[in-house]
Design a protein around this ligand. Structure first.
Ligand code: SAM
Ligand code: DTB
Ligand code: SF4
Length: 347
């Protein structure tokens, strides 16, 4: 029988409601899903772009005001000289970078920075230290910082490296709301990026944090040279944590001269957006933070990230050792998109 375009078209049209129905059924069955296979997430990442964003928007709007953005300000309270060998990081003593080492800041200086961040509109203040793990003496000082920042009425977050159960309990006691500790990448790629601590060490820290009653902030970095399966595997690891993290930072690698990953290949920005969408769909109630890498992103790509379900950013001109969009640029972007800072605060 000769091939007729009309027949093919009519077959497709006849099948279309069925296909739509199947997609809707799949979305429905995944709405309450708590375990995700890597293959399922790969399937999400490979969806037609519009279908993926549509799914992510549906999930996002079910749980959040889609126009509200949570603003966190980051401060490096101890910079450089870190004993770990994370291939992406300017603060590792293994990497030959220009970063100037700075000892742990004074409590008063940290509180002053938090006050300034609050005045600028941030609701969460995240204190970061370039440590493998804090020692007892430093932990006491950070605990003091936490209680004083919390007294300003801000949510507190810290990222200090690995954390023991006792240190986690001490920080909770001081009023710590969130602890950030990223899985960074897929287990299969991890050993090529970091050799000085294991994936299991990271999972153990997250367990200590959760057990102490602190909310978990954990995400990763994309653009490390991972393939699509490995990107899916990172999201699967996060989504399958029980429960999944309250906050999920998705960092786009900031390539820093002198680091092992300084020459990593650029990730297609649309693949970055897809990763955000997969995080939103698989972790519906988490704050998904569009984290490092925004300075090099156009407004249009950032807008796509928000459309894909990102609802948090680092707000302030500086990340840790690299820049972040200026506050004026972020205010202008929020204005253009009709977005506003999330007003909720913990206390
Ligand atoms: N030292 C602590 C630790 O590693 O747990 C806390 C600070 S560390 C800088 C926090 C996270 O920042 C890393 O786990 C990584 O995900 C992210 N990060 C560091 N350097 C980065 C870079 N160049 N590009 C993107 N993300 C980066
Ligand atoms: C996270 O996931 N990203 C932040 C924060 N947690 C500590 C750090 C980004 C660092 C970007 C590179 C730098 O400024 O050194
Ligand atoms: Fe150290 Fe953290 Fe940088 Fe790794 S990411 S080198 S642990 S500061």
């Amino acid at each position: 029988m000769p091939f007729r375009v009309e027949d093919t078209l009519s077959n497709i049209l006849r099948a279309y409601p069925f296909m739509q129905n199947q997609t809707a059924k799949l979305a429905e069955s995944q709405a309450t899903q708590t375990h995700w296979t890597v293959e399922q997430i790969e399937t999400l990442l490979k969806l037609p772009f519009s279908d993926l964003i549509y799914r992510a928007q549906q999930v996002h709007r079910e749980h959040f005001d889609a126009n509200a953005l949570q603003l966190s300000t980051l401060l490096s309270i101890k910079t450089g000289g870190c004993s770990e060998d994370c291939g992406y990081c300017s603060q590792s003593s293994v990497n030959a970078t220009d970063v100037r080492n700075q000892k742990l800041m004074e409590v008063e200086a940290v509180v002053a920075a938090a006050r300034a961040a609050r005045a600028g509109g941030a609701t969460r203040f995240c204190m970061s230290a370039a440590w493998r793990e804090p020692c007892d003496r430093d932990l006491e000082i950070v605990a003091k910082m936490v209680s004083e920042v919390r007294a300003l009425g801000m949510e507190t977050c810290a990222t200090l490296g690995m954390l023991s159960g006792e240190h986690a309990a001490q920080l909770r006691e001081a009023g710590l709301d969130y602890y950030n500790h990223n899985l960074d990448t897929a287990p299969e790629l991890y050993g090529e990026i970091i050799t000085t601590r294991t994936y299991q060490d990271r999972l153990d820290t997250l367990e200590h944090v959760r057990s102490a009653g602190i909310s978990v902030c954990s995400g990763g970095i994309v653009g490390l040279g991972e393939n699509l399966t490995q990107r899916a595997a990172l999201i699967a690891q996060l989504a399958n944590l029980d429960p999944y993290p309250d906050s999920v930072p998705i960092n786009n690698l900031v390539k820093i001269e002198g680091t092992a990953l300084a020459d990593a290949a650029d990730l297609d920005p649309l693949d970055f957006v897809r990763t955000i969408a997969a995080a939103r769909i698989t972790m519906p109630k988490a704050y998904v933070r569009l984290s490092a890498g925004r300075q090099g992103m156009s407004d249009a790509v950032q807008a796509l990230c928000f459309l894909a379900g990102a609802n948090s950013i680092f707000y302030g001109d500086q990340l840790l050792t690299t820049g972040n969009p200026e506050i004026e640029r972020d205010r202008a972007l929020m204005g253009k998109l009709g977005m506003y800072p999330l007003a909720d605060k913990c206390c």
